[in-house]
Design a protein around this ligand. Structure first.
Ligand SMILES: Cc1cc2nc3c(=O)[nH]c(=O)nc-3n(C[C@H](O)[C@H](O)[C@H](O)COP(=O)(O)OP(=O)(O)OC[C@H]3O[C@@H](n4cnc5c(N)ncnc54)[C@H](O)[C@@H]3O)c2cc1C
Length: 388
């Protein structure tokens, strides 16, 4: 029986699990390997932070979906995918936690010295949907600071903010700095500002404008909202150091103290060795328009670089559009057919930015609509997506 490995639990693989639940197959042996048992839907994260959604409403239980779909669930960290050997190498999450924060050279040495801790899974076909991570510019202290990706970090951070330890005295004001001014940084700033009235939120970003991928109308509205919420934003300012001991950051324009710090600027590819695959210098897998890396590997989402269109943004709306194409082309491959379905990146795409208090901005081309109806539409789309 042919063996398929689904590497990662991103949007595409959630879609495959949904398909398999509706149309079970016994023709293949399918394994899903992921480093986390939940898959958070980032679009609903600000609503969760604000307290509108519960954790189970914004996450898929991947293990449970695998069981329903007849897929073998493996909770391990992938460290290597080898196209010559057709194999995936992994380590247990407990072992990975030990070396998580260490530099790549240390990890490589660790892998060599701990060969017995490395598991190898062979495959006939592989589908990869491994996402991306925040760029770790500086070491930070997880007791008061987080990088925004993986998203479980922010879920954990919110749980931490909710603990009594952080809120013994609700009248004491705390300073939070959010680095970054993209849609996700702004959404987080607003939701934290609303949920925790005694936290002063300040946005600092090297970018020259807020939400640079949004149209003029939406950008103007966002400025208004941030002002109304009393969230300050300093643009064109580069983070150059984090002094985690003294809880201060240094930028090219000044130095600021913080009680909490969130870094939401810049992502990087997974720390995985792709042997025999064509990758970019920064480790994104190169794929053709059919999302194929070769004739037994399909890949999608943040982890890919589309050869025909290398600069498409790493956002979920592209991943969601790729998901059904990945599935159909994988089926083609399994049936010894040429993958047929082509992915053409959307030129215009709908983005709905959560502005807090159940209001949102719809941004589509030059169209910008703000208000409660926009939020209701977002809530409807998001809940529909989460419905298995
Ligand atoms: C705060 C925030 C808000 C956002 N809001 C939006 C939004 O509103 N709209 C939008 O379009 N985009 C948004 N994005 C971007 C969006 O989250 C990503 O583009 C999208 O999740 C990418 O999907 P993916 O399927 O490629 O991978 P992911 O959703 O990142 O999934 C990757 C999967 O692979 C697993 N994995 C990773 N590495 C390994 C490994 N080594 N071994 C095993 N498993 C591994 C992970 O656990 C995960 O299951 C937001 C991002 C953030 C951080």
């Amino acid at each position: 029986m042919k063996r398929i490995i689904l590497a990662g639990g991103g949007h595409g693989h959630i879609n495959i699990l949904k398909e398999l639940i509706n149309n079970p197959t016994v023709d293949y042996e399918i394994h899903l390997i992921t480093d986390f048992n939940k898959q958070y839907y980032s679009g609903m994260l600000p609503g969760f932070v604000e307290g509108i959604y519960k954790e189970e409403e914004i996450s898929f239980d991947v293990k449970n979906l695998c069981e329903k779909a007849g897929v073998n669930y493996i909770n391990e960290k992938i460290i290597k995918i080898d196209s010559d050997e057709k194999s995936v190498s992994t380590i247990l999450m407990d072992d990975y936690i030990e070396i998580k924060e260490k530099p790549s050279s240390y990890k490589e040495k660790w892998y060599l010295e701990n060969k017995s801790k490395i598991n190898t899974y062979e495959f006939d076909f592989i589908s990869m949907n491994l996402g991306s991570y925040s760029k770790k510019y500086f070491p930070i202290d997880s007791r008061n600071s987080r990088y925004v990706k993986p998203i479980c970090e922010i879920v954990d951070f919110k749980n931490l903010l909710d603990t009594k330890e952080h809120f013994i005295d609700k009248l004491t004001f705390k300073e939070m700095i959010i680095i970054g001014s993209g849609a996700s940084a702004i959404e987080l700033a607003i939701s934290i500002n609303i949920k925790y009235p005694n936290i002063n939120v300040k946005i600092i970003s090297s970018s020259k404008e807020l939400a640079c991928r949004f149209n003029k109308g939406s950008k103007g509205k966002l400025r208004e909202i941030l002002k109304a919420e009393d969230i300050s934003f300093q643009l064109n300012e580069d983070l150059i150091d984090v002094d985690r001991k003294n809880k201060r950051i240094k930028t090219d324009k000044g130095s600021y103290s913080y009680d909490y710090l969130i870094i939401s600027s810049g992502i990087e590819a997974c720390d995985i060795e792709y042997k025999g695959y064509e990758t970019t210098e920064d480790n994104y897998i190169l794929v053709d328009d059919k999302l194929c890396a070769n004739n037994f590997s399909v890949c999608m989402g943040d982890m890919i670089c589309l050869k025909s269109n290398p600069n498409i943004p790493k956002v979920g709306v592209f991943a969601l559009r790729q998901a059904p194409i990945l599935f159909k082309n994988l089926i083609n491959m399994l049936n010894n057919k040429e993958p047929q379905y082509k992915y053409t990146p959307q030129k215009k795409y709908l983005q709905i930015l959560n502005c807090g208090s159940q209001k949102a901005i719809i941004n589509y081309g030059n169209l910008s609509i703000y208000g409660r109806l926009a939020w209701m539409l977002k809530d409807h789309i998001d809940k529909k997506y989460m419905n298995v």
